[in-house]
Design a protein around this ligand. Structure first.
Ligand code: XMP
Length: 525
């Protein structure tokens, strides 16, 4: 992808915009989320985005993210100094502050020790950025280098014992800087600091509302699609469901949905999709029952990676076959989210590189001959959920836990047979019912059953049994990248275990997985 494409991917909206320039921080996305939580629209841009590109937007302010580099290191990310002359306030966070100082004539030095963790700052004098904050407050520091002398016009507004220049500003130049991270939860009043910047300093109106996003989405889809037709693969997950609801509103019967039943779905999944889209929304929905084909392809396969590859390839083949039936369709809609856009761009040389390769299973090839419609490209997951509710999707769909593309196949360890899938499906349904009944479904990130090909001895009535074991996996997490096992109440664990052993044929033992990620993963395969 040519570099320039990055800045033109997203058509400008009429909203007021805060531009976050990514200098490589692991927190860049978090900064963007924190801003949007305050009902201010923002997007992440490459660090070297030319000022003239930013000037095309209804720009209200710029935030420079942190980053792991040193301003003196060769090849370290830099911004075009022209951004300081755009006439909007600029806030530098951590490396962003060091870079601003470096570029505008200050001095950055290597600190003798890296400052990492909680610190207390003390305010000094008046400050627009720290307005309303107490004289002392807790913040989160994470830096090696630090600013030693400031460019002209700056004054210090807060210090910590280890960092003299913890907060600085040059209000007449519209420049602000924080050595600490206001975006992380450990900075107690970080939200207030960001609000001061967004509202008090940049003058944002806080008018980014999900209803507006829906209207804007409908308008853009209509403009892109015109009188043409669109196909969309429904997966049962929230993203494709929201795309379907939005497109249906925008173009009605010219949307054709395809749901591939690969036989690896959870209990009730296909029915929920049919009920919602055919029954409630009256969407043109084609359910392709390919379960026999998938089972055949998986026969005898036990290696997890081979399972994934077989399922991924077959899915594409089935989808292409079905999509060809809609001869008049010129477009393919996809539920690509903003984090996917940032990650895929990062792969082309952006400083933040977090790539989840195996999570693309279930994706479609780029060369299917369709033009893409991606109305969620601008949104984070929680915004997509809010959009789903706004569009009238049922809560059961909107709040669904993540479910892997290869489905139950990667939770049915060993051979994937119709009978073992049935056993797993029943055990999993019990887990989900009980977790929901106890009010834990939104407290955990995921809760599900895994069937393992290990037989053990049990006793049922007077009879000896020799059957497989089900694993209960329930984890808490914020993004699936790290996870902890959920501390579920013991009576809930007992209920799940009793119900599974008493009613699911083929299982005589239930164990609870108490591994964290890392070093384990959430899924077993
Ligand atoms: P792991 O097992 O890697 O999972 O800790 C992290 C998150 O990703 C989901 N996952 C997948 N999602 N296709 C997907 O669409 C996959 O192949 C896949 N593998 C794991 C998993 O459910 C968890 O939420």
């Amino acid at each position: 992808m040519p570099r320039q494409a990055w800045v033109t991917i997203l058509p400008p909206l009429s909203n007021e915009l805060i531009a976050v320039l990514d200098l490589g921080s692991q927190y860049t996305q978090l900064i963007a989320r924190r801003i949007r939580e305050q009902q201010v629209y923002c997007r992440i841009f490459r660090h070297d985005t030319p000022p003239r590109v930013l000037a095309r937007e209804n720009l209200k302010g710029i935030i420079l993210s942190g980053g792991p580099a040193s301003v003196y290191a060769p090849g370290s990310p830099k911004v075009d100094p022209g951004i300081y002359a755009l006439g909007v306030p600029v806030l530098g966070i951590c490396y962003g502050l060091q870079l601003t100082s470096h570029l505008l004539g200050g001095k950055v030095i290597k600190a003798s020790t890296r400052e990492y963790g909680p610190a207390e700052i003390r305010r000094k004098g008046p400050s627009a950025l720290l307005k309303g904050l107490p004289s002392r407050t807790g913040v989160w520091m994470s830096h090696g280098d630090r600013v030693d002398s400031l460019p002209k016009g700056f004054r210090v507004t807060a210090s910590s014992p280890d960092c003299r220049l913890a907060a600085v500003e040059a209000p007449q130049r519209g420049l602000y800087g924080l050595q600490f991270h206001p975006e992380v939860a450990h900075t107690t009043l970080g939200r207030d600091v960001l609000a001061n910047f967004l509202v008090g300093i940049c003058g944002c109106r806080r008018d980014w509302r999900i209803g507006k996003v829906v209207q804007e989405g409908i308008r853009k889809v209509r403009a892109q699609v015109g009188r043409d037709e669109v196909v969309l693969g429904l997966s049962g997950g929230v993203d494709s469901a929201v795309v379907a609801a939005l497109l249906h509103k925008a173009i009605g019967k010219r949307l054709h949905c395809i749901f591939v039943d690969n036989g690896l779905l959870r209990k009730g999944e296909r029915e929920l999709v049919e009920r919602t889209f055919r029954g409630h929304f009256h969407v043109d929905l084609k359910v392709a029952d390919a379960s026999a084909e998938f089972l055949r392809a998986l026969k005898g396969v036990t290696d997890p990676e081979r399972k994934r590859k077989i399922i991924g390839r077959l899915f594409v083949r089935v989808f292409e076959r079905e999509a060809k039936r809609f001869r008049r369709a010129r477009f393919l809609a996809q539920g690509t989210l903003y984090p996917d856009v940032i990650e895929s761009v990062a792969a082309f040389g952006g400083p933040t590189a977090v790539i989840k390769s195996h999570h693309n299973v279930g994706g479609l090839p780029k060369d299917m001959g369709f033009e893409l419609v991606e109305p969620l490209r601008d949104l984070f997951k929680d915004e997509v959920r809010r959009m789903g509710l706004e569009l009238g999707l049922p809560k059961a769909l909107v709040w669904r836990q993540p479910f892997p593309g290869p489905g139950l196949a990667v939770r049915c360890l060993g051979p994937v047979t119709a009978q073992r899938l049935q056993t797993l499906r029943e055990a999993d349904a019990i887990v989900r019912q009980e977790i929901e009944a106890a009010g834990y479904d939104r407290k955990v990130w995921q809760a599900f059953a895994v069937l393992i090909p290990v037989r053990s001895v049990g006793v049922m009535g007077d009879e000896r049994t020799y059957e497989e074991a089900a694993v209960l996996r329930a984890v808490t997490s914020t993004d699936g990248m790290t996870a902890d096992w959920a501390r579920l109440p013991q009576d809930l664990l007992a209920r799940i275990s009793n119900r599974i052993i008493n009613s699911v044929r083929g299982v005589n033992r239930v164990v609870y997985d108490i591994s964290t990620k890392p070093p384990s993963t959430i899924e077993w395969e």
